[in-house]
Design a protein around this ligand. Structure first.
Ligand code: NDP
Length: 330
């Protein structure tokens, strides 16, 4: 393909916000790469909660929109003024809008190289949840050896990666999950204690920490767990609220942080932790390095053909899944 051509690709598009049924498998025009851009043939696209929030209209999008932002694949065409990326390179990304498709065009500086030892499907499962788990553990609350931390939804995409990273950094991990099968997975990822069913979380955490509470809670569940998360912290502990799988948290009176022991509350997002090229590459290097060393394992819970994107999102929202969900172009 010459850089001037526009091609038609199969994609999952939505023209209005709503439930999974608004997602349509259709053909869309894909622009050729302009200055600083590349076009990538997608081997696998990642399915993430943000895709659902966008489809529902919680994060407004310009419509019609092709869903998705994460994936891995092979560079098909390179626009002018692109350095460091060549046709045929194997790459992965967390933020190229329109990734639920056969191919996507976007800025070359959002790509990271996929190391030789990593398959493209495995690579597609890494950027969004893996770099998130990295900044949560390294920056939002910096895990120190000897810390005990609580990780909600320990068998989820972020949960399995964050548990392994917390173990690499020397923490004791307590996780929460909804079922015995998910508990098994969370334990295999390294969780030292697993609370099944989300009942009496603060009491169990106190029992497991000699009454102290944990240094940090990583909470991507949100509404359903927020109060228990605050009540599980040690004095001067940190609640890292990073998602809303069960719904958004209601406004919080800061005085609660005082009353519960000089707590810290933060609500971080990935884009602010990969904003510069250097930071993106630093996270990619460490995460892919741990994968190369065999210290970090990526768990792909399910693969769906691209036309089944609605079913994949529905399964994720209904908590029927574990690990990473991938869409595979046909
Ligand atoms: P998961 O694979 O973790 O799926 C969500 C899990 O949350 C479910 O499997 C379920 O596990 C648990 N859960 C508990 N209550 C509910 C509920 N009412 N409805 C749905 N799920 C529930 O998803 P991800 O790893 O993709 O994402 C986890 C969270 O991280 C999301 O909130 C997402 O938005 C957030 N996120 C935030 C980022 C950031 O930078 N701030 C970046 C990436 C993700 P169980 O059945 O065991 O309870």
């Amino acid at each position: 393909m010459s850089a001037a051509d526009t091609q038609q690709v199969n994609a999952i598009q939505y023209s209005r916000t709503g439930g999974p049924d608004v997602l349509q498998y259709t053909q869309v025009p894909l622009p050729a790469p302009r200055s600083g851009e590349v076009t990538v043939d997608i081997a696998a696209a990642g399915v993430n909660f943000i895709d659902i929030y966008q489809r529902e209209g919680r994060y407004p999008m310009q419509l019609p929109a092709v869903a998705g932002s994460e994936g891995a694949g092979t560079v098909q065409a390179v626009g002018p003024d692109v350095t460091g990326v060549r046709v045929g390179d194997r790459v992965a990304w967390e933020s190229l809008p329109g990734s639920y498709a056969d191919a996507v065009t976007g800025p070359a500086d959002r790509l990271v190289a996929v190391p030789e030892h990593v398959e493209l499907k495995q690579a597609a499962a890494v950027p969004l949840q893996g770099f998130t788990a990295h900044y949560l553990a390294r920056d939002s609350y910096r895990i120190q050896p000897g810390d005990t931390v609580l990780i909600h939804a320990g068998a989820g995409g972020v949960g399995l990666l964050l548990t392994q990273i917390a173990k690499i950094l020397g923490a004791t991990v307590i996780s929460t999950v909804s079922t015995a099968d998910k508990a098994e997975l969370s334990s295999r990822a390294g969780a030292d204690h697993v609370i099944v069913g989300y009942q009496n979380i603060p009491g169990t955490v106190r029992d497991l920490t000699d009454g102290t509470g944990v240094a940090a809670v990583y909470d991507g569940v949100g509404q359903a767990t927020f109060d228990d998360s605050l009540a599980s912290l040690a004095t001067r502990g940190t609640l890292v609220l990073f998602g809303a799988a069960s719904g958004p948290v209601a406004p919080v009176d800061p005085q609660r942080l005082n009353a519960a022991g000089s707590l810290f509350l933060t609500r971080p997002t990935l884009k602010d932790h990969v904003a510069s090229r250097d930071e993106l590459l630093r996270r990619a290097d460490e995460v892919f390095g741990w994968i190369a060393d065999g210290r970090l394992t990526v768990s792909i819970g399910a693969e769906y053909p691209l036309p089944d994107a609605a079913r994949a999102q529905d399964d994720l929202a209904a908590r029927r899944t574990t690990g990473k969900l991938l869409l595979i172009p046909e």
